[in-house]
Design a protein around this ligand. Structure first.
Ligand code: AMP
Ligand code: MG
Length: 423
């Protein structure tokens, strides 16, 4: 048999659709177990279970205004022309409650957030008063409960505060602090190994010989994995031999996910599939009706870890990571894999051959009718700079050949600022 015939026989039998590939990956990914960590380390992690508050917020009745705590009955009928005159018997400041309680005819000066003294049932704002030594003239009436924030008004003891599966961002971190959740229970971070295959790859500090290129996927892929909560345990460069590929994979397969870039296609020097098969990794799919990203491989290691073989081209590696590895990481973190998808209207007509979906880098602008997607000018899978400034991947469906401006497509959002946030 000729080499061409052998290679032909090694082609993916049938390309599967992106959505099917995604379903298969998600079916193999389950939420990880929980671990307790110090609150100081919880930013960017995912809350494992619904948090019910051990404390009430506010902890005590307090004033919403700077003014005077008093009995509302003492202000009945008060106007600027005929103010009520009350005796000032103390002060309640934030962190320094008044020492005594309040009787009819008395007022206690109070600051915003300070504890409402016993005996008072309302606060009059300072703008409606005039202080004269030990007395205060109140020029407006106030209802019972006026300008008082009640204890437990925001959060009652035992009330659910934050749902399980919530990413801990600034507000969530602050709420955890405000209910004294000193050791929140968060989802364990998936361990992800990233391997980059290719004899031609050189690091940024190495000199380039003839035919050699810079390795970029050992930066982009770990960055994306980290952005979605993974702990990247290994990043290794692998030579294009069956032995080196097998050995590197053997070392890497223990975690929740192994991502191997390049070497997954049908070339004579692509050893990933053979090595994975030797190591007992079960193939779930190989070949997706997608551009870029056709040779994407997905399988499961004997120990249960997910194995993704991504095409080597720098954009293809990022795109296929985002489309297939990211949903699995979100699922493992107990998060909604749909949370990074929305729809957008194309800003201009576009056309492509039928047969494969396109994942086109695009920028997004918000218009009065929703998101508008403008495709980046360079869509070559080797043009890594086309990812810079891109907000999303616009998914142009497999069968579509030409789309009009304004047609809506699904878009997969890129992490904010490249990888700044852990969405
Ligand atoms: P492969 O899938 O191994 O055939 O690689 C496809 C193309 O992507 C080739 O031009 C490789 O040189 C290039 N490539 C593979 N891995 C990387 C990497 N880690 N960084 C940058 N380019 C790569
Ligand atoms: Mg290669």
């Amino acid at each position: 048999m000729s080499l061409a015939a052998i290679i032909g026989g090694m082609k993916p039998a049938k390309l599967i659709e992106i959505e099917r590939a995604r379903e298969l990956v998600l079916a193999a990914a389950a939420p990880l177990d929980a671990e307790k960590i110090p609150l100081d380390e919880a930013l960017g992690r995912v809350l494992a279970d619904e948090l019910s508050s051990p404390e009430q917020v506010p902890a005590f009745d307090n004033s919403a205004m700077d003014g005077f705590a008093l009995l509302s009955a003492d202000t009945r009928g008060a106007t600027p022309e005929s103010p009520a005159s009350l005796q000032v018997v103390g002060e309640s400041r934030a962190g320094h409650p008044a020492s005594g309680s309040l009787a009819p005819g008395e007022a206690i000066a109070i600051s915003t957030g300070a504890m409402v003294p016993d005996g008072a049932d309302a606060v009059i704002r300072v703008e409606d008063t005039r202080r004269q030594g030990d007395t205060v003239a109140v020029s407006a009436a106030v209802e019972p409960g006026g300008s008082i924030r009640r204890a437990g008004e925001d959060i009652e003891i035992g009330a659910p505060v934050i749902g399980g599966g919530t990413l801990i961002g600034a507000a969530e971190w602050g709420v955890l602090a405000s209910v004294a959740a000193v050791e929140p229970s968060v989802v364990r971070r998936p361990r992800v190994a990233v391997l980059a295959t290719g004899d031609e790859l050189r690091g940024p500090g190495e000199s380039l010989g003839p035919g050699q290129i810079r390795n970029s996927s050992s930066w982009t892929v770990p960055a994306l994995a980290t952005a979605y909560g993974a702990e990247v345990t290994v990043t290794t460069k692998v030579a294009d031999t069956p032995e080196a590929t097998r050995e590197a994979l053997d070392q890497a397969l223990g975690g929740e996910m192994t991502v191997i870039c390049g070497g997954v296609s049908v070339g004579e020097h692509d050893h990933v599939k053979g090595a994975l098969s030797d190591l007992g990794v079960e193939q779930i799919f190989w070949g997706v009706a997608l551009r870029p990203g056709k040779p994407t491989f997905f399988g499961r290691a004997a120990g249960g870890g997910l194995v993704l073989g991504l095409p080597g081209n720098p954009v293809s590696a990022m795109v296929t990571f985002l489309l297939f590895a990211r949903p699995a990481l979100l699922r493992m973190a107990g998060r909604d894999p749909e949370s990074v998808r929305t729809t957008a209207a194309l800003s201009a007509p576009t056309s492509k051959p039928s047969g494969r979906a396109h994942a086109a880098r695009c920028s997004l602008t918000l218009t009065s009718t929703g998101w508008k997607a403008e495709l980046m000018p360079h869509q070559g899978s080797h043009v890594l700079t086309s990812m810079i400034g891109a907000d999303a991947l616009a998914l142009i469906p497999t069968d579509a050949e030409s789309l009009e401006a304004g047609e809506r497509v699904v878009v997969e959002l890129l992490p904010e600022g490249g990888v700044g946030s852990r969405r």
